[in-house]
Design a protein around this ligand. Structure first.
Ligand SMILES: [Zn+2]
Length: 98
């Protein structure tokens, strides 16, 4: 399975991605919601369980500051305009919390 917007996304630099999606330093607003369970499953399948930004497997272990850390899932509200045109309602992506 492939996501058209993901391919486009891949060609952007990390900086661009972060700016567009607000991955880093997104001051979490209190109104943040998460997608429905069925949608989460679908998104994870589409992303093959990988973080959209860094391609690391969600749930896998990394080492940070010398300590093992498990990557937790973080649901980002992401609105790429090309993607939005096809899926007006579904604009969630799975990202790690790091
Ligand atoms: Zn990540």
């Amino acid at each position: 399975m492939s996501l058209p917007f993901r391919t486009t996304f891949k060609r952007m630099s990390l900086e661009e991605r972060a700016r567009i999606a607000g991955h880093k330093g997104s001051a979490t607003s209190g109104r943040r919601r998460t997608p429905k369970k069925a949608m989460k499953v679908r998104i994870l399948e589409a992303q093959r369980g990988l973080c959209l930004y860094c391609d690391m497997e969600i749930g896998s272990q990394i080492t940070r500051d010398g300590k093992p850390v498990t990557l937790r899932i973080n649901w980002d509200h992401f609105i790429p305009y090309s993607y939005l045109a096809h899926n007006p309602a579904d604009n969630w992506v799975a990202a790690c919390h790091v």
